[in-house]
Design a protein. Structure first.
Length: 330
């Protein structure tokens, strides 16, 4: 599996009806600025690579907005980064996949067939399923984004400060992995023998529409699935790469002006990242291409937050997350 995969999203696609139409169709773009929210999603604010009057930016850009002009020939795309029927697990050889026998659904890859069943030999784990595969896109000149962010970050924080109630950071996207359909799951401190998940396709309601997928069962695990069945695009961002812009608080609580900006390279996520990290063993990652609505308990909020956090933590704990930090001194 290629390293430097990025930050994993529990909710790869935002269904907010107030988003621009082009964003609903395509999802996250290179140059997006946004916030990672507590639900494991990306809250889009604006895009630095398009002018203020672009459909992605109308009514969204901060004051004194400056366009970042980039050369799109410097964008590298891997359209088949993930093969159909592949999955990414939190520890190699701890999650086993088998194919479910049954009738095939129109439009479903043969690598998925009637569905996929997963079991685990570990008590903690996270799983990403990409039934139709996925793509990878990156802009190769990240330094250009870094210099731009250093120049503009102060005005961004001044403009969006009231929105930064969760983790106090903004993110500038320089790359991502996307898919049309996906499933995510997480399990924490369970008997490995009780972990069982069945990920199966659904017949489209309208003939010719792309299929959807769902977890028919997810014993001892929290799970979620979704797909772009409106536009049929690879618009769900399963891994995000880019620049984190954070604030270092001043000892003076009345100081509101950023006095300095520094750039620091951090090759992996750590305690400064947005999701708190519960204790867990070391994890690694593996992609497998072998042939062979939630159920939430009573303490709903705590349970979901724990699993969203754990899903992000276990993937982010590998040495393959690529972020550059811009720290603003307040």
């Amino acid at each position: 599996m290629t390293q430097k995969r990025g930050y994993p999203l529990w909710r790869p696609k935002d269904h907010d009806p107030r988003l621009p139409d082009i964003y609903k169709q395509d999802g996250i773009h290179i140059g997006d600025v946004g916030i990672l929210d507590e639900f494991g999603g990306f809250d889009y604010l604006f895009n630095v690579c398009h002018p203020a009057d672009h459909p992605l930016n109308e009514g969204r850009v901060p004051e004194n907005f400056k366009l970042l002009e980039i050369d799109y020939t410097d964008t590298k795309e891997f359209p088949q980064e993930f093969k159909a029927g592949c999955y990414v697990e939190s520890k190699p050889s701890r999650i086993t996949k088998t194919m479910i026998s049954g009738q095939l659904t129109q439009g479903v890859p043969e690598e998925v067939g009637a569905g996929l069943s997963f079991s685990s030999s570990a008590s903690n784990g996270a799983l990403l399923i990409l039934p139709e595969g996925g793509k990878r896109i990156d802009h190769r000149k990240r330094s250009k984004f870094e210099h731009y962010a250093v120049e503009c970050a102060q005005s961004w924080f001044t403009h969006f400060n009231d929105l930064l109630t969760y983790n106090g950071a903004l993110y500038l996207v320089t790359g991502f992995d996307k898919a049309r359909a996906w499933g995510v799951a997480s399990f924490v401190d369970v008997d490995p023998r009780s972990v069982s998940l069945e990920f199966v396709p659904q017949t489209p309601r309208i003939i010719g529409d792309p299929p959807r997928y769902w977890f028919r069962s997810h014993n001892s695990a929290s799970a979620s699935s979704d797909a772009d069945d409106v536009f049929g695009n690879q618009s769900g961002c399963v891994f995000l790469r880019g620049i984190k812009i954070a604030v270092r608080q001043s000892h003076n609580p009345f100081t509101k002006i950023c006095s300095s900006v520094t750039v620091k390279y951090v090759p992996e996520l750590n305690s400064e990242e947005p999701f708190p990290k519960p204790a867990a063993p070391n994890f690694s990652m593996q992609q497998s291409t072998s042939q062979h609505p939630y159920h939430v308990p009573l303490n709903e909020c705590e349970f979901l937050a724990n699993h969203v956090c754990f899903y992000s933590m276990v993937f982010a704990s590998f040495r393959f997350c690529l972020y550059r930090y811009i720290i603003l001194q307040m």
